[in-house]
Each structure stands twice: as C-alpha cells, then as structure tokens.
Design a protein around this ligand. Structure first.
Ligand code: PGA
Ligand code: ZN
Length: 414
C-alpha cells in the first residue's frame, strides 16, 4: 500500500465562534486525510503564531505557493519528515511565517491520510496498533473569563471529572448528568439566570467565583449519589487572563477583590481542600513557575496542570519538571504546531510522571481527531467539554472507539 501524497487542497471555513479557519485535505494513492484548525481565546503568550499577518487569506496564499509543491510526492507515513519540512519552509521558531494553524492542519491531515492508506483508524495508527486505553473526559459545566461576553466568573472553567467510571460511555454519561444538574441548581438559586452558555457549552451565570464552585460541588455530590461514579469538581483558573502584571495581583472583579501571589496560593489550597478538587489548571500567571511548584508541593491528591504555562512546548515543560512546577500538562497540538512536536512533549511529560491531558480549544470545529489523539498518545484525560456539537463530536467518537476496541477497551489508569 502506498501513502505517497498526490494532491493537497486547502480552504477557508468557519469555527464554532464563526471565525475563519483553515482546513487542509491530503490525498494519497490509497488514503485521504482532512483537518481544520481550532483556535483559542485565552491563549498563552508563548504559543506559536496562528496565522501570518493578513490572517487566513494570507496563510492560504503562502500555503499554495510555499508548502503544497513540497508536499506532493512525499510519503505521508514519514510524519517526522513532513513536520520537519513545515519547520524548514517556515524558517522561524514560532511558525509566524506560514502560520501554526496551517502547520497543525497539514500535520493532522497527513497522519490521517497515512492511517487511511494503511486502512487503520487514526488512534491505532498513532499508537502503533496498541492503544486500548480510553481517557477520562474532563467536562466544562460552568464558566466565564475570556469564554463569555457578559459579566460572570473570573475563573474561566468549572469542570467535572468522573473518576472510577468503568467505561468511557459511563464517564460521558456522568458528565452530562452533572452539566444538567448544574443547570437545574442555577435555575433554582440564581434569579437572573437565562440559561446562557459560553464558548464551550458551559453555563455562564452572573455569580461569584465561590458561589459557582458551591453549585458545581453540590451537583457532583448529587450525581455521585445517584450513579456509581465519583464525580469530582475541577478548575481551569486561566489566571493569566486576570493577572495584573504591573501590580502583581490577581483581580477578582466579581468579588471586587485582589490577591497577591501568596494570597492566591492560600486561596487555591483552600478551594482544593473545601471542594475536594481533583484538578486545577493554570492557577497562577503563565511565567510564575515558583508558585506553581509551591502549590504542587502543598496540594494533596490533586492534579496541578500547566496549560498557558507550558503551551505544549518541550523546553517550557523541561523547565517546569526541573523546578517541580506541576504534575500534569495540557496538550494542545496547535499551541506548538505539529504532531511530532506535541508527541515529544507528551513523551517527556510521561517520563517525568506528569499526567498529559489532551485538550480542545474554545474555538473548535466538528473534527473528531482529538478523540484519536487522546487514545493514540495514551493520555489518561481528555478535556473536550460536555455540550455543543463541536464538543459532543469528540465524545461520540470516543464512544465509537470504545466500541471498536470491544473487549480490549479499558479506562486509563489515573
Ligand atoms: P483557549 O483556552 O480559549 O485558549 O482554547 C482554553 C483553556 O484555557 O483551556
Ligand atoms: Zn486552560
């Protein structure tokens, strides 16, 4: 079977926020792959650049001129070579020439084209035929920050993790139940609640940060009592988005309160303890490795995860490992551009005992590759929301993967 690239096509289409994005098709003699790029709203400042100046139009033009002619005739099975080629053509350290989202779309579409050329589902191809562990879904049920237009919580995401679920479908069901329960509780307790939701399908009420956590905690407890799954609350603080760098304080506008780094540390520890949090992402500013490390040292039974801190970048992760910054990291392929780069970072994370969490972006398409990447890379957790078509697409794909694996399917070890 041959995976020689015969044709490459790119187009502009829209993501879940209605913003323009790039989609790339790769056609081999016997296979086909297609991928569209997601986009963040609360992006880390060390991420690669999504598009060159001029946006998607300029990225498409550069792609036609510089990249397509080089890809034709290459072997899609040589993922490393393809990803290296993208770096070479770009010639910068942050994909600011051809655009990180172009690199992402090519890299993923290429892997899929190679997989289909071999008649394999992407997750099997990526895992070298052995992937059989399903990730726990980390689902966003309430939120604010940069993912909502109006006045709501400063903390970006309140999530649920269904620990000890015995199958993926059971875990996904638990998350849907917690999302619905949070909606019920908000309807009963929050006078001005309209049922509005943010970019990722999480409820977006106008309430304080701790009130929100109380509701999510209660919903988790009630659902845990109903079904045989331990639902635990989690947070993505996305603290850089409300950190005042000049004053060195975190500005909690819902409470009219400011916290310096020491107070932020105490606050996080208190929330972890009071609400039995299983996971806290980006609790400090994206350059504050020391306080991440302090929290990781002091927090018990809680994953402390770096997203904006690491931006899926191997060097930033290596620095984090050196100082003990976290025990988990977010993997977002388009933060770093290519599959090969993201895989290297994931391998380093696993080597250091960090739990890698495969993650969507707040702006998504209905692409389902993320589900395959989570299983293919062996990530014990996938962060991909609970509601809205572009989130459910990934969840449903994992249900299909679980079915495809049959008896071999098992939940990851966390
Ligand atoms: P994003 O952030 O808006 O950059 O995708 C989501 C997250 O912080 O996890
Ligand atoms: Zn995050």
């Amino acid at each position: 079977m041959s995976a020689i690239i015969e044709e490459v096509v790119a187009r502009k289409l829209f993501n879940s926020r209605g913003r323009e994005t790039i989609e790339v098709d790769i056609i081999t003699c016997e296979g086909f792959g297609s991928a569209a790029s997601p986009a963040g709203a609360s992006t880390g400042k060390a991420e690669v650049v999504c598009y060159p100046e001029g946006g998607v139009d300029s990225a498409l033009q550069k792609f036609e001129e510089l990249v397509i002619p080089e890809l034709i005739g290459m072997d899609a099975e040589e993922q490393n070579d393809i990803d290296m080629l993208l770096h070479e053509i770009d010639g910068t350290s942050n994909f600011s020439n051809i655009g990180g989202n172009t690199a992402f779309a090519v890299s993923i579409a290429n892997a899929e084209a190679a997989a289909t050329s071999l008649d394999l589902p992407l997750f099997k191809y990526l895992s070298g035929y052995v992937g059989s562990e399903l990730p726990y879904p980390l689902g966003n049920v309430l939120g604010g920050g940069e993912h909502v237009l109006g006045k709501t919580t400063d903390i970006q995401e309140y999530l649920v993790m269904p620990l000890n679920a015995s199958s993926f479908v059971e875990a996904a069901t638990a998350n849907v139940k917690v999302h619905a329960k949070v909606g019920d509780l908000l309807g009963k307790t929050c006078k001005n609640f309209t049922g509005g939701r943010g970019d990722e399908g999480a409820w977006a009420p106008n309430i304080s940060n701790e009130e929100a956590l109380k509701i999510v905690f209660q919903a988790c407890q009630e659902v845990s009592e109903q079904i045989d799954v331990e639902c635990r609350p989690c947070l993505d603080v996305a603290a850089s988005s409300f950190y005042d760098v000049k004053k060195g304080v975190y500005v909690y506008s819902m409470e009219g309160k400011k916290r310096d780094a020491g107070e932020q540390l105490e606050f996080m520890l208190q929330l972890i303890e009071d609400y039995k949090l299983a996971y806290v992402e980006d609790p400090f500013d994206e350059d504050d490795y020391e306080n991440f490390a302090e929290l990781t040292k002091k927090a018990e039974n809680c994953l402390i995860c770096g997203d904006d801190l690491f931006v899926t970048n191997r060097d930033r992760l290596a620095k984090g490992i050196e100082v003990g910054a976290c025990n988990s990291l977010i993997v977002k392929v388009n933060q770093i551009g290519t599959l090969t780069d993201a895989l290297e970072t994931t391998k380093l994370a696993k080597w250091a005992g960090y739990v890698p969490v495969m993650s969507h972006r707040s702006g998504e398409t209905v692409d389902t590759h993320l589900a395959h990447l989570a299983v293919g890379f062996g990530c014990p957790v996938i962060k991909t929301g609970v509601l809205h078509g572009e989130r459910v697409a990934k969840i449903n794909e994992l249900i299909r993967i679980e079915e495809n694996l049959g008896n071999r399917a098992q939940m990851s070890i966390l």
